[in-house]
Design a protein around this ligand. Structure first.
Ligand SMILES: Nc1nc2c(c(=O)[nH]1)N(C=O)[C@@H](CNc1ccc(C(=O)N[C@@H](CCC(=O)O)C(=O)O)cc1)CN2
Ligand SMILES: Nc1nc2c(ncn2[C@@H]2O[C@H](COP(=O)(O)OP(=O)(O)OP(=O)(O)O)[C@@H](O)[C@H]2O)c(=O)[nH]1
Ligand SMILES: [Mg+2]
Length: 426
């Protein structure tokens, strides 16, 4: 980690109402004085005239001064809240670079410094990355919980419990004599079991990927069943081509929408038929079958009972007089008149919400799940052996997983990948 002083525009692209330029590092105070004269008192906004080294006025701006280590990055941090015009932002940045000699920050570098300085841990940094990418209410609430340290606090409690259990094992080692080598107290076993149960509970929760990708709803059925028409009605779009010609849709058509804050991804597919499909349509049918594999929910528009297991039977084109009808239909709709569409959407939202993390519940991403499950495996292993030395060894393995979880141990590659997800200025 370099210890030079960095700056970046942290607000959106100009022109904007306000442009926030942040400066972090040991040179932040001097940079502030170079442009603004005397600094305001710490953590209090004050108006200053910003000038370049020729003394020319660049802007009247608010200045905020956060001396380290009690700042967002843990370093001296200074902010100019300028008018957000292109030329103003450019002039302030130019002055910081060429006159003051500061370097423009890399993507995520402020956050990376906050991590390096112990202001946030790795799980919180991942939460922040998700928070910036959040597009729905559920994603926002879950990411905010992660960024606020719910998993980090849990990991620390688990770490303490591991240390307490290790202490019991140590004590049994100290006091063991020839006849009584490997007796761990019964309380040890029950604590271990409770611990394992808690870890299993975290692993059973809906995942962060599910929250990000949305609940996948695949529309399937024979050609001309009305899949594309229903797809357009559900997504309130004209994304799919509709025609009376059987075999109109070939490629998968995906559209993500958030309804009541719940992310849903609808997938329209080529009509399934065994015979008569020409080459391109046949490729489409293969893709449709693949899509069925990854679906969270299949809406089946074909003949009753002919869809994949668990599929929702949908009776469609209910505006037409002579239709076969479906006794077990979950939903009866008409894409033509719109009848039943609202109810179907409501059912889907309810089902999808049940499959998602609760609002504000921490959802583990793939990396976090791998490490929490390593902890779970270590605990299970500790419960299966009786030699205290082996038990101690398993508990240590669990602690290593927790260290990796919060980033006490982490590789440069991993950090580059994570912080590269942030924009410049974060
Ligand atoms: N203008 C501005 N807005 C911003 C940020 C920022 O850096 N600048 N943030 C940047 O991400 C977020 C807010 N996060 C922050 C987190 C910690 C501290 C901080 O100074 N913490 C100190 C003191 C807390 C106090 O007493 O008020 C600390 O925790 O010790 C500041 C902002 C969102 N909004
Ligand atoms: N009356 C009526 N006609 C509908 C309804 N839904 C679809 N259709 C008609 O049925 C025909 C086929 O509709 P599509 O939505 O293209 O059917 P599809 O299942 O996507 O067909 P492929 O892409 O070929 O597999 C079109 O002529 C539509 O106008 C409906 O609810 N009522
Ligand atoms: Mg179609």
């Amino acid at each position: 980690m370099s210890d030079d002083t960095i700056f970046a525009l942290s607000s959106g692209a100009p022109p904007a109402a306000i442009g926030v330029i942040r400066i972090s590092g040991s040179g932040a105070g001097d940079a502030g004085r170079a442009l603004a004269g005397d600094l305001p008192e710490p953590r209090r906004a004050a108006v200053r005239s910003l000038r370049n080294s020729e003394g020319e006025l660049l802007d009247e701006a608010l200045v905020l001064w956060f001396p380290g280590p009690g700042s967002a990055t843990g370093e001296d941090l200074l902010e100019f809240h300028c008018h957000g015009g292109r030329a103003i932002v450019a002039a302030v940045k130019r002055t910081l670079a060429s006159r003051v000699g500061l370097r423009e920050a890399e993507p995520g570098e402020f956050t990376r410094r906050a991590f390096a300085n112990g202001r946030i841990d790795l799980a919180e940094a991942e939460g922040l990355a998700d928070l910036l990418e959040a597009e729905t209410e559920l994603q926002r609430a879950s990411a905010l919980a992660m960024a606020g340290g719910t998993l980090s606090r849990q990991a620390n409690l688990w770490r303490e419990e591991l240390l307490a259990l290790s202490a019991i094992v140590e004590a049994s080692l100290d006091f063991s004599d020839e006849d009584d080598v490997d007796e761990l107290p019964p309380s040890f076993t029950s604590r271990l079991r409770e611990f394992s149960g808690e870890v299993a509970q975290w692993l059973s929760r809906p995942t962060a990927e599910r929250l990000k990708d949305g609940y996948r709803i695949v529309l399937a059925g024979p050609p001309n069943a009305g899949k594309s028409s229903l797809f357009n009605a559900l997504t309130e779009s004209q994304g799919a081509i509709i025609s009376p010609h059987a075999g109109t849709t070939r490629d998968l058509i995906e559209r993500s929408v958030a309804i009541s804050g719940v992310p849903l991804t609808f997938v329209d597919t080529a009509g399934l038929r065994e015979e008569g499909a020409e080459e391109i349509e046949a490729i489409g049918i293969a893709r449709a079958r693949d899509a069925l594999e990854t679906a969270d929910c299949v809406l089946w528009l074909g003949e009753e009972g002919q869809g994949p297991p668990q599929a929702w039977e949908i009776e469609t084109k209910v505006d037409l007089p002579d239709r076969p009808g479906k006794a077990s239909a979950v939903s009866r709709v008409s894409a033509e008149t719109g009848s039943g569409i609202g109810e179907l959407v409501e059912k889907l939202v309810r089902t999808a919400r049940d499959a998602m993390p609760r609002p504000g519940e921490t959802a583990l991403n793939r990396r976090q799940r791998r490490l929490v499950s390593e902890l779970g495996i270590a605990l299970a292993g500790a419960g299966r052996v009786s030699d205290p030395l082996l038990v101690a060894e398993r508990l240590r393995t669990g602690r290593l997983a927790l260290d990796a979880l919060v980033g006490r141990t982490s590789t440069e590659d991993m950090l580059d990948g994570l912080f590269g997800r942030f924009c410049i200025g974060k």
